[in-house]
Write a protein that binds this ligand. Structure first.
Ligand code: FMN
Length: 444
């Protein structure tokens, strides 16, 4: 399965949005991406100043991501958990990405400039692969990259597996770390790139399990790295581990501004792409960005609640909570102690979490209207609220004490309180007749 297969399916279902108006990659395309946020993938057919097309909003909804993996929304976490625990090595085989092998200038690529505070074009959708410098395993992760000139970028590397590889390279006296920068991959590879498998387990192998063994990798001709053989565009590059340049300012997943800071420089040394490659854009703080950041943490929360022995119905790092600060879990309560235990497990599984809400299994955690209804009818602030002051806070919450990383966590138990009959909290039901059933079928 390739990104093109996925887009064909979206086209067949009438979900692919075509924009044939000539639009510039500087602000105009990002504005239209925002306009269609959460609605469907968008293909920009006429990109001003460039021959190729731009695609965006690929992972635009939870349902589309689940469907691209062949599962329903409610089975997504279990499916990802299985793949994380059963990575399978990818086959090595050349593919369409090798149609044109050369050395593209970054100025030939329609990289988008999204927000007015950014210093220029930003690559945001790429998954970056690196081999462990010690030779054991590899890693795939997302790193936004600021275009500095025709062949150099600054790369944002937060503490994680890639930063460990960079550190290892420095410590052993090395000056460069080879990477592949893949732009335009199937949603399974996009989602896998955001997951957190153990150190040295390549997320490509996790994606290969998600794709039933269907992910092939090719060896990059110019650097010591792999990339998916059917990627639209691969930039072959080296991280200059001792050289830094300013990266940012930028807009982060919460939609707020972050200052620039010195980050390693990346030098492009070669490229591979399909003849008519699609450049993939990804708008920071969009639904897509939030789903990709949030779903991996939902898997951790899902696993922790399941380990408590509770039947989990669903977990939602809500997009309106930036998929980072708010989480709702729906589960089958069997004991009055359950909600508190589940809330503490949620904070433990995702330390950046600020507000956690637990609801009964009759509440849809993905429907924030339903969740707020549960808060309105099943929650009392003096009995059902847990406050944890002066606890660890995400740097991404501008209202917290960002210098000391301290803030206040709050857990909301919006499950039915004890002492009253279940019926007190049930939603009213309208009986359905055969005629209404027939009417509903005709609407589909
Ligand atoms: C769309 C998107 C953009 C991201 N941008 C960055 C980034 O610029 N820098 C960074 O260090 N992590 C970024 N992340 C987070 C990492 O990719 C993610 O935490 C990754 O799984 C860490 O990999 P690791 O567990 O292999 O260290 C981003 C994630 C997503 C989904």
């Amino acid at each position: 399965m390739t990104l093109r297969d996925y887009l064909r399916e979206m086209e067949a279902e009438g979900r692919l949005i075509h924009v044939d108006e000539p639009l510039s990659p500087r602000y105009e395309i990002p504005y239209v991406i925002k306009k269609h946020d959460g609605e469907g993938p968008i293909l920009f057919d006429d990109v001003e100043g460039f021959d190729g097309k731009v695609v965006a909003n690929v992972c635009y909804s939870r349902e589309s991501i689940s469907a691209s993996l062949g599962v329903t929304r409610d089975r997504l976490h279990e499916h990802l958990h299985h793949a994380l625990n059963n990575p399978s090595p990818c086959r090595t085989e050349d593919g369409p990405v090798m149609e044109v092998v050369g050395n593209l200038s970054l100025h030939e690529v329609p990289v988008l400039t999204h927000y007015d505070e950014e210093q220029g074009p930003y690559i945001t959708s790429a998954v970056v692969y690196a081999k462990n410098p010690d030779g054991a395993g590899g890693n795939v992760s997302y790193h936004r990259m600021d275009v500095l000139d025709n062949n150099r970028l600054s790369i944002c590397i937060q503490p994680g597996h890639l930063s460990r590889y960079v550190e290892q390279t420095r410590e052993s006296g090395g000056e460069t770390l080879d990477i592949s920068i893949s732009i335009g991959v199937h949603p399974a590879v996009m989602l896998a790139g955001a997951l957190h498998p153990p150190f040295n387990v390549s997320e490509f192998d996790v994606a290969n399990t998600l794709l039933d063994g269907g992910l092939k990798l090719c060896e990059c001709p110019h650097v010591d790295a792999f990339a998916p053989s059917d990627t639209e565009l691969v930039l072959e590059a080296r991280i200059m581990v001792n050289e830094e340049a300013l990266e940012g300012p930028y807009v982060c997943v919460t939609g707020t501004r972050k200052e620039s800071k010195p980050q390693p420089v990346v030098e492009i040394v070669g490229s591979m792409h399909r003849e008519d490659y699609l450049y993939q854009g990804l708008l920071a703080a969009s639904r897509e960005h939030r789903l990709l950041e949030g779903i991996p943490n939902e898997v951790k929360v899902w696993e922790r609640i399941r380990d408590l022995g509770a039947a989990v119905k669903g977990v939602n790092m809500t997009p309106s909570g930036s998929s980072w600060l708010h989480c709702v879990a729906s589960f089958e309560k069997t004991d009055e102690e359950d909600p508190r235990n589940v809330l503490m497990a949620m904070f433990d599984a995702q330390p950046a979490l600020k507000h956690a809400v637990v609801v009964d299994s009759d509440i849809d955690p993905y429907d924030t209207y339903d969740v707020e209804w549960a808060l309105a009818t099943r929650f009392q602030g003096d009995k059902d609220l847990i406050i944890i002051p002066n606890s660890y806070a995400s740097r991404l919450d501008p209202s917290s004490d960002t210098e000391n990383r301290l803030g206040c966590k709050a857990g909301f138990d919006a499950t039915r309180p004890p002492g009253k009959t279940e019926e007190t909290f049930e939603k009213g039901i309208i009986p359905i007749s055969n005629r209404v059933n027939k009417y509903l079928r005709a609407l589909r």
